[in-house]
Ligand binder design. Structure first.
Ligand SMILES: [Zn+2]
Length: 255
């Protein structure tokens, strides 16, 4: 996890922050208009939610680059490191998740390898390797774009640790771009689990809109988009001025 979380505020929060510049009447009126417009826009997006709910909060959107990483089973931790528990290096933005001190070497076909790939905790029921496409090219494999945990038919690799080696028959994927949120945030955007949204990253010279962002709703989650290093670099996320989540409005018509 070499890239830090990048935090951006919504339009209405930005307006509130500009109060410090002065409080002349036209400026205040402009802010009020902007806030009202953004509320109307929200209410169009989400007709099921009542007005009080829409106005009560504006979710803080965080967009994070998820660099290549590995999730391990307890058994594979033991085999690779010779002990039971991963050592926590730092907490991730989502509560309960962490980057471990431990790294592994990943070896692909024809002995091509990535030398120090970070492990993320906690442990899981199946070992999984998440790579960006550029990582996969340097390793010499062609993993599918998948939702985390869906490993059917994915290629394997060899993991090399200080105390042992694990040969995976499957488990290497390119993680599908996605957004984590809780049910209040889902109500704000008017989306449900497994829906698709769009992410617009505004950055000088390479503003990019990502489609097909998978919505994953869960108790206790914080609003956070995960994209991989290739995606983040393509949009120059590090220098972005603004990020926005947009509900996809495609109509599906039954044939
Ligand atoms: Zn994620």
């Amino acid at each position: 996890m070499s890239n830090p979380n990048r935090e951006n505020n919504s339009v209405s929060q930005t307006s509130v922050n500009t109060f410090g510049r002065g409080l002349d009447r036209s400026f205040v009126e402009a802010i009020v208009r902007e806030v009202i417009t953004s509320r109307l826009f929200s209410s169009k997006l989400n007709q099921e939610t009542d007005d009080n709910n829409i106005c009560s909060f504006t979710p803080k959107l965080v967009v994070s680059i998820s660099a290549r990483h590995i999730h391990l089973t307890n058994k594979d931790v033991k085999t690779l490191f010779g002990y039971d528990e991963l050592k926590k290096m730092k907490d991730l933005y989502q509560d309960g998740f962490f980057a471990a001190e431990e790294t592994l070497m990943i070896v692909g076909p024809r002995r091509r390898m990535l030398p120090t790939v970070r492990i993320l905790g906690p442990t899981r029921s199946e070992t999984q390797v998440e790579l960006a496409f550029t990582d996969a090219i340097s390793l010499g494999i062609d993993p599918p774009v998948r939702e985390s945990g869906n490993l059917e038919g994915s290629p394997g690799c060899v993991l090399v640790g200080p105390k042992g080696v694990v040969e995976l028959k499957r488990g290497v994927i390119r993680a599908e771009r996605h957004v984590h949120m809780n049910k209040n945030e889902a109500a704000f955007y008017g989306v449900k689990d497994k829906d698709r949204m769009m992410l617009r990253v505004s950055s000088g010279g390479c503003t990019t809109t990502f489609e097909n962002l998978l919505v994953r709703i869960g108790e206790g989650l914080k609003l956070e988009v995960h994209i991989d290093t290739d995606e983040g670099n393509a949009a120059d996320l590090e220098h972005a001025d603004k990020v926005e989540l947009i509900r996809s409005n495609y109509c599906s018509v039954a044939a």
